[in-house]
Design a protein around this ligand. Structure first.
Ligand SMILES: Nc1nc2c(ncn2[C@@H]2O[C@H](COP(=O)(O)OP(=O)(O)O)[C@@H](O)[C@H]2O)c(=O)[nH]1
Ligand SMILES: Nc1ncnc2c1ncn2[C@@H]1O[C@H](COP(=O)(O)OP(=O)(O)O)[C@@H](O)[C@H]1O
Length: 402
């Protein structure tokens, strides 16, 4: 239970308004969802690392401090809160960068409900809004020694500005040439287990006797750099990602034969005899599942490396693309400090009172939230942003910005 300033309790008990609250610096918004009021924000004195969230339960008159999951927005100079549905609240932060100003606070989504059960506490989860539809992440699985790492390295080398590797966590020891933070985050089992418990992982699995997992942060770091995220994970992990909110393409890499797989593993020379035998035993089950589980959208045979790489590029729409011609499309708009917010059906209209609009004309920004995808613990994608040019008597024109 949390302590709250008395003025807030008074406001809430008097039926404080729902959503559309643009507050000045240091203030809070309150949004009613069913029996609860979500109070978001707080004093912006630089003492907290994110925007605070508290819940007022009207039936009991009690305050609850929820467990807050997901990557959280940085403290900002105030924000607007709009109730989108009974599941989530849209937050527009003020004075943030264009790509960091739209967030979703999930209060009752499937993920939040699951986490409430796991943690036994009240839970909310942040998800950052991402404009448009970024290229889908790519999950690559296959038995040890099949060539996943080799193929992924080739992609990274040819398309460094388009593809980013999701650096997993593992409890296995680093190999000779592996670097912490580049190939894996090499982690103590106790630390990793604690982080798993606190919802920091999108998926995790025990593979060949070690723990491996993809942190939400690893995937989001790639998304933040504007690149397509490539995940090298085992079949169990792929199954978990399939069931998660991450909308990805799933590719399974098969060896031409078990004999060839064994030769590659031995030739790589990175494992002990005992580890090689364990990996070969597991390979049979992995190949069986890879082919029959229905998890994978595509199966590629890695017999001839160049041919397999060409096929992989084909699946990702990269065949024939000259890497040097690629430039991420510039996108984004700067939300001015002063704005007000209105929700009409699936559109959020932001009225920007810019200094230049002193002549009676105004600038409107419209967010179309009808095609949202994904969500916590990852990003919320499919957000469309439009500018509606200076209008006084009517709308002059709409320009899609993303
Ligand atoms: N579920 C899951 N599997 C992973 C992750 N990272 C790596 N793996 C898988 O763990 C297995 C062992 O990886 P590694 O020890 O690097 O050996 P390698 O497969 O021989 O390169 C491989 O099947 C990887 O795809 C992860 O984050 N999650
Ligand atoms: N098509 C191929 N033909 C022959 N050797 C290959 C082929 N693909 C990969 N290799 C080699 O097989 C070994 C295992 O490849 P690697 O990429 O480490 O596999 P994984 O990441 O799936 O464990 C490496 O030594 C690599 O150079």
């Amino acid at each position: 239970m949390g302590e709250v300033p008395a003025f807030c309790v008074d406001n809430l008990q008097n039926g404080f308004s729902n959503g559309f609250n643009l507050k000045s610096e240091g203030c809070e918004t309150s949004t009613n969802v069913g029996d609860k009021t979500f109070v978001i924000g707080g004093l912006n004195d630089g003492s907290t690392s994110s925007i605070g969230v508290r819940i007022y339960e009207k039936s009991t008159g009690k305050w609850v401090i929820p467990t807050v999951l997901g990557t959280k927005p940085k403290p900002c100079k105030g924000h607007s809160a709009v109730l989108l549905s009974e599941d989530q609240i849209l937050i527009i932060t003020r004075g943030s960068t264009p790509d960091d100003c739209i967030w979703f606070l999930e209060v009752n989504t499937k993920y939040v409900k699951e986490q409430k059960k796991v943690l036994g506490t009240e839970v909310v989860a942040w998800s950052k809004g991402v404009r448009g539809d970024a290229e889908k992440p790519v999950v690559i699985s296959g038995p040890s020694g099949v060539g996943k790492g080799t193929l992924i390295n080739m992609l990274m080398k040819e398309f460094p500005s388009m593809c980013g590797f999701s650096v997993s966590h593992t409890t296995r020891a680093p190999r000779d040439k592996e670097k912490n933070g580049v190939h894996y985050h090499f982690t103590e089992r106790s630390v990793m287990e604690k982080d798993i418990k606190y919802g920091k992982f999108l998926e995790f699995a025990s593979v060949h006797g070690n723990l491996y997992g993809t942190s939400i942060e690893a995937v989001e770091a790639v998304a933040d750099s504007g690149k397509r995220c490539i995940l090298d994970i085992d079949v169990q992990g792929a199954r978990s990602v399939r069931a998660s909110s991450l909308d990805a393409i799933f590719i399974f890499i098969c060896p031409p034969s078990m004999k060839e797989l064994e030769e590659r593993l031995r030739a790589r020379g990175t494992e002990t005899e005992e580890q090689i035998l364990k990996r070969l035993r597991n390979a049979e089950a992995e190949i069986e599942q890879g082919k029959s589980s229905g998890i994978f959208d595509h199966i590629l045979y890695n017999d001839n490396l160049e041919e397999c790489y060409k096929n992989l590029k084909g699946l990702l729409g990269l065949d024939g693309i000259a890497p040097t011609n690629y430039k991420p499309s510039p996108r984004g708009i700067d939300l001015p400090l002063d704005h007000s917010v209105l929700k009409i059906d699936n559109k959020i209209l932001i009225n920007c009172e810019t200094r230049e609009s002193g002549n009676g004309s105004k600038n409107l920004i419209a967010l179309d939230v009808s095609l949202l995808k994904g969500g916590a613990p990852g990003r919320t994608r499919g957000l469309n942003v439009y500018a509606i040019d200076s209008f006084s008597d009517g709308f002059d024109g709409i320009h899609k910005l993303s």
